[in-house]
Design a protein around this ligand. Structure first.
Ligand code: B3K
Ligand code: ZN
Length: 870
C-alpha cells in the first residue's frame, strides 16, 4: 500500500461545479448516474487529463457532452477512471452499478436493517460513483432517488426537497437540491420506512427551520431528548459563536449499523442509533450526556466543517479539533464545567497519551498516512481540541471570538488548512503564533518538570520549569513549545494568595498563566509572605505530563482546599495513584487524616454531587498503566482493588445512611442535578456492595425496583461484580429476559459481561460471540463485546497463556474481511505491546505477527500492524 504525504498536495486538475446524481434503487442492485459539470482549473497547466476515484464500481457507460464514449476513449484502473484530451468545460455523464446489500464495510451506500443509508467521509463517495473524491472539490448537488412506489416511503438527501412524483413507469422519484457547494464527503442519501419527530426552530434572524428526526418505527418514543439537545445546540451556536443555521430543514436519521458515532452530512446528519435514541427506561445518564454532546458536535460542524471545510485530509483536525472544542464548551455550559473538564482530561490522559507514546503517534496535523480512516484518532480530535483550547486561553474569550468570526467570514465556502485557522486568530488579535503552531506539527506528549524553592527572608518563591517532548516514530529533536501554564499559590488556610511574578510579560492579571516558551525558564514570585502550596497546571491548561514532587500530605491538602475544581480532583487522583503504588509494594494503609478526608467528602453537602463522585473514584486501570513502566496489568489490578477495598471499608459506617439520603422521590429526568445525585448514589452503592452483604441486598432491591436504566444498570453492575455467582447469573438472565427486544439495551448487557474483570474469561467472551444477540456485521455489537473486553477487562485480556490476545487476533482477522475499519480499531490494545512486562509483550507481538502474515490484509489493518511491528 502507498503512503500519502502532505507535502505532495497539488490542486485538482478540474473542478466539478455541479453534480446531478440519479440513484435508482432495485432489490438486488443500485444504478447510479452522475452528470458532472467539470471545468478546468486555470491555475494548473493541465494537459486535459482527469482521473476520477472509484472503488468496487461496475462501470456501465461514460458520455462526454452527450456522446457516449467507446471503451478505448477512457482507462479504467482498479480504483480509477481516467479521461484525457479534455477541453476547458464539459458535461461528463457516468453510469455505474453497485450492490449496497453486500456492502459490509459500511462505507458508501449500504443497507442497515430495513433501510438504505450512506457514509462518505472520508473516502466513501468513490464507492457510490466515479468522482474527484477529495474535500477541496466543492460542488452544488442535485440528487434524484428512484424506487418502486410505496417501497421506501422516506427518501432523503441533502438540502431542500424540490420534487416528488410517480413517473410513467410507476416508480417514484424524489429530488433534492443543496444550494451550498460541498465536498462529496458531505453527501448523504437515506431510504426507508421511517417515522419522524418534527419540530421547528426560529433562528436569530427570524427564519423558521423545520427539524426532523427519522427513526425506524419501534424507536419513535426515543427521539425527544435528541430534539431538545438539537434546539439547545442551535441556540448556543448563535449566542456563543454568532453562527446561524442556513437551510430550511435540518434532518437527523438514526441507523443501527454505523462505524462511528455520527456524521455531519449537510442538512442530513446520520447517527449511530446508540448516539441519538434514548428514553429513561432504556438509556443511562451517561448515554444522555453522550447524545447531547454528539448532537451538538454534528450540528456545530455545519459551520466548522461544512461552510468552511478542509483542503485535504491532513487538515482533519481543522474541523474535528475545533468542533470538539465547541461541543465541549456547549456541554460545559449545559452541565458542570468542572466535571466536563475532568471527563475530557481523563480520556485524554489515558487514551491520547497512550497513543502519543505508541507506534501510531502522529501530530495533530499528520504529514503522512496510508489509510485516512486510521487517523480519526484521539490525537486529531481530543488533542486537537486541547490545542484550540490553549488558543482560547492565550487570546481570551473576546479575542478568540474575534478570531473565529474572522475565520468564518474570510473562508466561508472554502476548503482551507490549519494554517488559515491560526492566521485568522493572529490577524484578529495582532499576535504572532508561529511558535504556537508547533503544537500542530510535533507529535508526542510534552513533559514539564517543575521545581520550586521558597526564600522566607526575601519572601520570594522561585519556580523553575523545564520542558521536553520525547521522540516519536519518524520525529526526533523536538523544539520547545509555547505552553500556557495556569497556576495559583495557596496559603496555609487554603486561600489563593496574590501572585506577582517575573518575567513580567509572562503575567496576565486575570488568568495567572505563565508562558513557558523555552526549554527552561525560571519565574520568581515576589511578596510571598509564607511558604505557599503550589497548584500547578490548573484546569489542565495544556496537554502535558507535569512532573512535580508533592508529598501525600501536600496532595491531601490540595484535595481538600484547592480553589480550582479540576486541580482538587487531580490532586486526589495523584494521591490515589500513590496509594496504588504503595499497595503494589505491600506497604499501603490509609492515614487517619486520609480516612477523615474520605469520610468528609462522602458527607459533603456543598460540592456538586457529580464532582464528589469523581473525587471519590479511583483512577482507572488504564490511567495507572499510563504512569507505570513496564505495565503489569494483573499487578495493577490487584493493587487498585486493595485500595478500593480500603476506601470502601473506611466509608462503610456511613454508606447505608448516605445511600438512603441520596434516594430521590421525584420522577426521573435527564437533567444535571438529578444526574449528579444518581452518580453519587450509585458510586456509594458500588462501595457498599463491595464490602457488605447489606449493600448487595440494596443493589438487588434497586435492580428490581428501578424505573430508569441508570439505576437499573448501576444495580446490575454491583450484582454482577459483588453479588454471589447465583445472584449475578440471575440478574443477568432476568435483565436479558426483560430487554431482549431492544438492541441498544442488549448491547449494554453484553458490555457488562465483557468488561467485568470478575466475569469476563476467554471462554465467556467466546460464548458471547456465539450468542443470538451477537452479530459480526454490527459495529456496536463488536465494540460491546470485543472492544470492551480488550480495553476494560484488563486482567482477563492479559492472560499469561495469550488466550485473550489470540481471541482478539482471531476476531481482527475475521473482521478484516467484513469491515476493515472495525478490524483496525480493535487493533489498538495490541499496539501497546512494547510497554508490557516482557513475558506478555512477546506473546502480544506474536499475535501481531500472526495477523501480519494473513493474506488480503486491508490497508486499514496493514498500516496499524506494520507500524506496530516496526
Ligand atoms: N466526521 C465524522 C467522522 C467520519 C468518520 C470517517 N471514517 C464524525 C464527526 O467527527 O463528527
Ligand atoms: Zn466531528
Amino acid at each position: 500500500p502507498n503512503t500519502k504525504y502532505l507535502k505532495d498536495y497539488t490542486a485538482p486538475a478540474y473542478w466539478i461545479d455541479h453534480t446531478e446524481l440519479t440513484v435508482e434503487l432495485f432489490d438486488d442492485y443500485t444504478d447510479v448516474t452522475a452528470q458532472l459539470r467539470i471545468r478546468r482549473n486555470d491555475e494548473l497547466d493541465a494537459a486535459g487529463s482527469l482521473t476520477l476515484d472509484g472503488q468496487e464500481l461496475e462501470l456501465l457507460s461514460v458520455a462526454l457532452d452527450g456522446n457516449t464514449l467507446s471503451a478505448e476513449q477512457y482507462q479504467v484502473g482498479d480504483e480509477s477512471l481516467t479521461l484525457s484530451g479534455l477541453g476547458d468545460q464539459h458535461l461528463l455523464t457516468i453510469r455505474n452499478r453497485i450492490y449496497p446489500q453486500n456492502n459490509t464495510a459500511l462505507e458508501g451506500l449500504y443497507r442497515s436493517g430495513g433501510m438504505y443509508c450512506t457514509q462518505c467521509e472520508a473516502e466513501g463517495f468513490r464507492r457510490i460513483s466515479y468522482y474527484l473524491d477529495r474535500p477541496d472539490v466543492m460542488s452544488e448537488f442535485t440528487t434524484h432517488i428512484i424506487a418502486a412506489d410505496g417501497q421506501w416511503p422516506v427518501m432523503l438527501s441533502n438540502g431542500n426537497k424540490i420534487a416528488d412524483s410517480v413517473m410513467e413507469d410507476g416508480r417514484r422519484r424524489v429530488s433534492w437540491h443543496d444550494p451550498f457547494p460541498k465536498p462529496c464527503y458531505l453527501f448523504a442519501l437515506v431510504a426507508g420506512d421511517l417515522r419522524v419527530l418534527e419540530d421547528t426552530f426560529t433562528t436569530m434572524s427570524g427564519r423558521e427551520v423545520a427539524l426532523q428526526i427519522f427513526v425506524e418505527p419501534q424507536n419513535i418514543d426515543k427521539t425527544e431528548y435528541a430534539m431538545d439537545a438539537l434546539k439547545r445546540s442551535m441556540r448556543w451556536d448563535e449566542e456563543v459563536y454568532g453562527r446561524e443555521y442556513d437551510l430550511d430543514v435540518f434532518m437527523i436519521v438514526a441507523v443501527d449499523d454505523f462505524n462511528m458515532g455520527a456524521m455531519e452530512n449537510k442538512g442530513l446528519n446520520i447517527f449511530n442509533s446508540s448516539c441519538v435514541l434514548a428514553n429513561p427506561a432504556t438509556a443511562t445518564d451517561s448515554t444522555y450526556l453522550r447524545i447531547e454532546a454528539i448532537v451538538a458536535h454534528e450540528y456545530f460542524h455545519n459551520w466548522s466543517g461544512n461552510r468552511v471545510t478542509c483542503r485535504d485530509w491532513f487538515q482533519l483536525s481543522l474541523k474535528e479539533g475545533f468542533t470538539v472544542f465547541r461541543d465541549a464548551g456547549f456541554s460545559a455550559d449545559m452541565n458542570s464545567a468542572t466535571v466536563k473538564r475532568v471527563e475530557d482530561v481523563q480520556m485524554l490522559r489515558t487514551v491520547q497519551f497512550a497513543e502519543d507514546g505508541g507506534p501510531m503517534a502522529h501530530p495533530v496535523q499528520p504529514d503522512s498516512f496510508i489509510e485516512i480512516s486510521n487517523f480519526y484518532t484521539v490525537t486529531i480530535y481530543e488533542k486537537g481540541a486541547e490545542v484550540v483550547g490553549m488558543l482560547h486561553r492565550l487570546l481570551g474569550e473576546e479575542g478568540f471570538r474575534k478570531g473565529s468570526d474572522l475565520y468564518f467570514d474570510r473562508h466561508d465556502g472554502q476548503a482551507v488548512t490549519i494554517h488559515e485557522f491560526v492566521a485568522a486568530m493572529e490577524d484578529a488579535n495582532g499576535i504572532d503564533l508561529s511558535q504556537f503552531k508547533l503544537w500542530y506539527k510535533q507529535a508526542g506528549t510534552p513533559v514539564v518538570e517543575a521545581a520550586s524553592s521558597y526564600d522566607a527572608d526575601a519572601q520570594t518563591l522561585t519556580l523553575t520549569l523545564r520542558q521536553h517532548t520525547p521522540d516519536t516514530p519518524g520525529q526526533t529533536d523536538k523544539q520547545p513549545l509555547w505552553i500556557p501554564l495556569a497556576l495559583g499559590l495557596l496559603d496555609a488556610a487554603g486561600n489563593d494568595m496574590p501572585v506577582q511574578v517575573e518575567p513580567a510579560e509572562a503575567w496576565t492579571a486575570s488568568s495567572q498563566v505563565l508562558h513557558l516558551r523555552e526549554a527552561e525558564q525560571t519565574f520568581v514570585f515576589h511578596n510571598v509572605s509564607e511558604r505557599p502550596e503550589l497548584s500547578l497546571l490548573r484546569h489542565f491548561s495544556a496537554p502535558v505530563k507535569l512532573e512535580y514532587q508533592q508529598s501525600p500530605e501536600q496532595l491531601l491538602f490540595l484535595l481538600q482546599h484547592d480553589t480550582d475544581g479540576f486541580n482538587r480532583w487531580d490532586a486526589g487522583q495523584k494521591l490515589m495513584l500513590h496509594w496504588i503504588e504503595q499497595a503494589r509494594s505491600g506497604s499501603f494503609s490509609l492515614s487517619d487524616a486520609e480516612q477523615t478526608a474520605l469520610v468528609s467528602l462522602l458527607q459533603d453537602d456543598q460540592l456538586d454531587k457529580s464532582m464528589l463522585s469523581y473525587l471519590l473514584n479511583l483512577p482507572s486501570e488504564s490511567y495507572v498503566a499510563e504512569f507505570s513502566a513496564p505495565v503489569d496489568p494483573a499487578a495493577i489490578h490487584h493493587a487498585r482493588e486493595t485500595v478500593r477495598l480500603a476506601i470502601a471499608n473506611t466509608l462503610l459506617p456511613h454508606l447505608a445512611e448516605r445511600y438512603q439520603q441520596l434516594q430521590s422521590p421525584v420522577a426521573y429526568q435527564p437533567e444535571p442535578q438529578q444526574m449528579a445525585q444518581r452518580a453519587l448514589k450509585n458510586l456509594v452503592l458500588s462501595y457498599w456492595a463491595l464490602v457488605s452483604s447489606d449493600g448487595v441486598t440494596a443493589a438487588q432491591a434497586q435492580f428490581e425496583q428501578a424505573d430508569n436504566m441508570t439505576d437499573q444498570m448501576a444495580a446490575l453492575l454491583s450484582l454482577v461484580n459483588y453479588g454471589s455467582d447465583e445472584q449475578a447469573d440471575a440478574a443477568l438472565a432476568s435483565f436479558y429476559q426483560q430487554w431482549q427486544h431492544d438492541t441498544l439495551v442488549v448491547n449494554q448487557w453484553l458490555s457488562v459481561q465483557a468488561g467485568s474483570s470478575r466475569r469476563a474469561t476467554v471462554a465467556s467472551i467466546e460464548q458471547l460471540l456465539q450468542h443470538e444477540a451477537f452479530d459480526w456485521r454490527n459495529p456496536n455489537k463488536v465494540r460491546s463485546v470485543l472492544g470492551v473486553f480488550a480495553n476494560q477487562a484488563l486482567v482477563s485480556f492479559h492472560q499469561s497463556d495469550a488466550s485473550g490476545y489470540a481471541l482478539l487476533a482471531d476476531a481482527i482477522i475475521k473482521l478484516n474481511g467484513i469491515n476493515p475499519q472495525m478490524a483496525s480499531r480493535l487493533l489498538t490494545p495490541l499496539t501497546r505491546w512494547k510497554r508490557l512486562i516482557p513475558e506478555l509483550s512477546a506473546l502480544m507481538r506474536a499475535q501481531l505477527e500472526r495477523i501480519q502474515s494473513q493474506e488480503d490484509l486491508s490497508k486499514d489493518v496493514y498500516e496499524v500492524v506494520s507500524k506496530s511491528l516496526s
